[in-house]
Design a protein around this ligand. Structure first.
Ligand SMILES: Cc1ncc(COP(=O)(O)O)c(C=O)c1O
Length: 446
């Protein structure tokens, strides 16, 4: 069974560079056949694998080197192998006692991440299913520690470019809709500091309780980085929780340029990272780092008499004490194996390549007559639009995406529809990006 599955996996990876970036052909009959319930009798693995392979070929191909829509991930093969092994051994890593050595492996990667952001020894990381869940735990930690049980008067501050998972998390955390105060952004789409300070002042004046500010380290629309150092300053002065949503941009911290641009992030009370974005891992791998582990514990831990006594060893934590999850997959191996196998320098080089490519894309798009390319990339994302109404932008997007070699997404902000090219797949190298630029050029002219 393993050999057959591995053949599928290897073929899939090898075909990526030639595969079309999207395919919705003959979808209806396939969906109808896949809607059937399982049969009573067994079926041959080979035919089931064929079905999986056919289904995997439909839609837009997020593992494709030409995929630059939304925030790409990629799906590192070494991580997939790690996941396969983790599922086969199926050891329990929700608490440390059942598999202390495996928990140590996961804890070592989290410590490396805390160190990467210069967080103190008191810090704690936890792997989550994704950035949304990390943001949720961060908001619950801020709410619990700063507001206690009477939190309906609480106010948190986000920019108008913040990812919607923050607003969603606030709602799930039980905060009223009015608790989220949206602060305007400046011409670079970064949080306006004066607007932030006035909003806090006004809220205090009417008896509300400011408790948290969320800065974005790489917004979804343009990759803008809020002024982290100054927001840290305000948060410290106002004694409110400083959360940085670095789901997209956080991992650029391994590069020198990234460290420069993310300066101030080390002052955060909590940081969301998404290894399934910036570390190219398969989906389902998020991360939350919190400066004071006790604050994260207070928000999540509940004692249970049928579980082993809680770990008192900060080096060997019970992950369930720091997250909503008890039983969960052994996520740590997804990071541990590729980091040790490829070495950190490989990730540094890969992320530097993405920063370089975004620079090239920005310059080349600017050189195309008529295209509006308003924001120089701070990370690896370039937004642009053709002249004319939003329909022209949508039509341009369709022409580009129908090439089958490049797949972009669009978003509406600042009153217009923009096309976005976000370069973050480990498979996106100069040759394909240059080909993509040719496709954009031809699409603009055609
Ligand atoms: C800035 C930002 N924050 C949070 C998220 C949510 O992360 P996830 O999709 O892993 O839940 C995203 C996803 O694109 C994002 O770009």
């Amino acid at each position: 069974m393993g050999d057959e599955a591995l053949q599928l996996a290897t073929r899939f990876v090898e075909e990526r560079y030639e595969a079309k970036t999207s395919d919705y052909s003959s979808l209806e009959p396939l969906l109808a056949s896949l809607a059937r319930p399982p049969r009573s009798e067994p079926q041959a693995l080979s035919s089931l694998l064929d079905t999986i392979e056919t289904a995997a070929g439909k839609g837009f191909d997020t593992a494709n080197p030409g995929f630059v829509g939304y925030i790409p991930g990629g799906g590192l093969y070494a991580s997939a192998l790690a996941d396969f092994i983790a599922c086969v051994i199926n050891r329990y890593t929700g608490v440390s006692a059942p598999a202390p050595a495996l928990v140590q492996m996961e804890a070592s990667v989290l410590r490396w991440l805390c160190d990467l952001f210069n967080l103190p020894d008191s810090s704690q990381g936890v792997l989550t299913p994704g950035g949304s869940m990390s943001n949720l735990s961060a908001i619950v930690a801020a709410r619990t520690n700063l507001l206690g049980e009477n939190f309906l008067n609480g106010r948190m501050y986000v920019s108008d470019e913040v990812h919607h998972s923050i607003t969603k998390s606030a709602r799930i955390a039980g905060l009223p809709e009015s608790a989220v105060c949206v602060v305007e952004t400046d011409q670079y789409l970064r949080m306006n500091l004066e607007a932030l300070q006035s909003a806090i002042n006004e809220d205090r004046a009417v008896g509300l309780s400011p408790f948290m500010v969320v800065a974005s380290a790489g917004t979804i629309n343009t990759g803008a980085i809020d002024p982290l150092e100054s927001i840290a300053e305000i948060a410290q002065r106002e004694e409110i929780w400083f959360h940085v949503d670095g789901a997209y941009g956080g991992f650029f911290q391994v590069t020198e340029r990234g460290r420069g641009r993310l300066r101030g992030i080390e002052r955060a009370d909590s940081i969301t990272l998404d290894p399934h974005k910036g570390m190219f891992l398969p989906y389902g791998t998020g991360c939350l780092l919190v400066k004071d582990s006790e604050q994260l514990r207070r928000a999540h831990e509940v004692q249970a008499n049928y579980l082993p006594a809680s770990s008192e060893d900060p080096g060997l934590p019970d992950f369930s004490s720091f997250s909503p999850e008890l039983t969960r997959d052994f996520r740590g191996l997804r990071l541990w194996l590729p980091l040790h196998l490829h070495g950190i320098d490989t990730f540094v080089q890969a992320l530097n390549e993405k920063l370089d490519l975004a620079g090239v894309v920005y310059e080349e798009l600017q050189a195309i007559p008529g295209l509006d390319v308003p924001w120089a990339p701070e990370l690896s994302l370039v937004a642009f639009r053709p002249p004319g109404p939003d329909e022209a932008a949508e039509a341009l997007l369709d022409r580009i995406n129908s090439s089958g070699r490049m797949w972009l997404s669009s978003a509406e902000f600042r009153g217009h529809t923009y096309l976005r090219m976000c370069i973050l797949s480990h498979r996106s190298h100069p040759q394909r990006i240059r080909e993509g630029l040719e496709i954009v050029r031809a699409a603009v002219n055609g």
